[in-house]
Design a protein around this ligand. Structure first.
Ligand code: HEC
Length: 141
């Protein structure tokens, strides 16, 4: 009887371990999908770095890249709220065709409701932001 109980306990423990592993990957996926569109990501914060790392691996130098990772990747790496995804030509083609000045205007003013003014980087200068837009366009055509 005692041995049976011990066996049961071990079996239960093993089952729990297996469940924990799969639950955490599912949880990660869900978290990525339901990420709030309006979540604030300040420069220097570790926001969405994991996904952005893949998309921006091609250009890992310079301030624009750092700003992208800190401020923009939260939305633009996975397309939160319909944000054009970095590196996705189909997402970017119609936007690029509007011309760079239109894209700069969008980043300065935002596009309600999804795209926040200045991409939430309030420490960024106009030139910083233009450089990030240049980088996004460059990597997405
Ligand atoms: C909270 C989410 C979010 C953040 C943060 C964000 N964007 Fe966006 N962005 C969007 C969404 C959503 C759109 C699409 C808006 C639309 O067309 O309705 C967009 C569109 C754009 C466009 C295309 C504009 C156009 O005229 O077609 C550019 C360029 C852009 N974002 C740049 C940036 C840059 C640069 C940053 C960081 C400094 C940034 N975004 C941060 C959500 C975000």
């Amino acid at each position: 009887m005692k041995i049976e109980k011990a066996f049961l306990a071990i079996a239960l423990l093993a089952a729990m371990l297996v469940q924990t592993v799969s639950a955490s990957t599912i949880e990660d996926e869900i978290t990525a999908r339901i990420k709030k569109a309006g979540s604030v990501c300040l420069q220097g914060d570790d926001c969405g770095q994991a996904t952005a790392g893949i998309a921006t691996a091609a250009n890992a130098t310079g301030g624009a890249d750092a700003i992208y990772k800190a401020s923009c990747s939260t939305c633009h790496s996975i397309g939160v709220a319909g944000a054009p995804k970095l590196g996705n030509k189909d997402d970017w083609a119609p936007r690029i065709s509007k011309g760079m000045d239109a894209l700069y205007a969008s980043i300065f003013n935002g596009i309600a409701p999804g795209m926040p003014a200045r991409g939430l980087c309030f420490t960024c200068s106009d030139d910083d932001l233009k450089a990030v837009v240049d980088l996004m366009v460059e990597q997405s055509k």
